[in-house]
Design a protein around this ligand. Structure first.
Ligand code: PGA
Length: 302
């Protein structure tokens, strides 16, 4: 059948509105032009598509079939247009992301993998602690954030994508190193080096122990995971960090994870944005990528 998109478009309007005059108005055509397109379409199809009874027009059996397909084709064309628009957006894309300092251990790998796939995208990545991230979100300064669970009531959409266990770390020569099932109570006599106020790791750790009715003895306060690991490594105390910060130290045995009953503290990573925010095509793609592929990608070592 040598029908044209234009004929189908005109037919779709007439069939939907059951009225040549109204279809002509909607399409900004004259009524004779509409009638001509329909006559040509009927010629190609080889059957009448409409029948007139009194003043009303009705679809014939053939008309009903063509109506079904013309709607499917119109929807597909519309979808194709949207996909192309999204691709245009992607090509010119810029992605602004902020991640928790703890998430930075894997965020760069995610971003590298993502930009390899979609080509010409420039990325700006801000790395800061939980408090800094919440400020970014509140000020609407950034499209997407990767962080631990944000607080309620900020009008945010937060979707979890991967577990984030927090573990107790020690120097390999610490008396607890290698022990099985250390009682949580035994931690009471230990000093902990802790992250700065405003760190999500610190808040989670404080909440976890407070809920179990005990207070940890805290020593030095340090503003990064690297500093915590250094201090623990030289025996300044125990530390609590996300397993995602640890890979290398565990392989080289510069640090050990203690087997404490009731731990790790189970948290999750979330991809977060303001609820009403219209994300750019690149940001939407990145969010989708994080939600669907990050966990698996990060589980494989390359
Ligand atoms: P942070 O990250 O400890 O580096 O702030 C963790 C989080 O956002 O919960």
């Amino acid at each position: 059948m040598h029908v044209t998109f234009r004929q189908l478009e005109v037919f779709e309007a007439v069939a939907r509105l059951k009225n040549f005059t109204r279809a002509a108005e909607e399409l900004h055509l004259s009524q004779p032009a509409v009638s001509m397109q329909i006559r040509q379409l009927e010629k190609h199809v080889g059957l009448a598509l409409f029948e007139q009874l009194g003043k009303k027009i009705f679809l014939t059996e053939a008309g009903k079939e063509i109506y079904h397909y013309s709607r499917v084709i119109a929807e597909q064309l519309e979808e194709a247009g949207e996909v192309i628009e999204a691709l245009k957006g992607l090509e010119r894309g810029h992605l602004s992301v902020a991640v928790a300092s703890t998430a930075n251990y894997f965020a760069t790998r995610l971003l590298a993998n993502f930009s390899d796939r979609i080509g010409d995208v420039t990325v700006s990545l801000d790395v800061t602690n939980r408090e800094g991230l919440l400020q970014h979100l509140e000020g609407n300064e950034i499209e997407l954030v990767v962080m631990g669970q944000p607080p309620q009531g900020l009008d945010l959409l937060a979707e979890p994508f991967m577990d984030n266990p927090l573990v107790v770390i020690a120097a390999p020569d610490h008396p607890f190193s290698g022990k099985k099932n250390i009682k949580m109570d035994a931690l009471k006599s230990e000093t902990f080096v802790v992250r700065e106020p405003g760190s999500g790791t610190r808040i989670a750790m404080q909440r976890f122990f407070a809920e179990r009715g005990f207070e940890l003895m805290t020593g030095m306060e340090l503003s990064s995971n690297e500093a915590i690991k250094q201090a623990v490594g030289v025996g300044m105390g125990l530390g609590i960090v996300s397993v995602h910060t640890l890979e290398l130290e565990l392989v080289t045995r510069r640090l050990v994870v203690l087997d404490v009953e009731g731990l790790p503290i189970m948290r999750q990573w979330y991809v977060v944005h303001r609820k009403g925010k219209r994300l750019s095509p690149v940001a939407l793609r990145f969010k989708d990528f994080v939600l669907n592929e990050a966990e698996q990608l990060l589980a494989t070592r390359e």
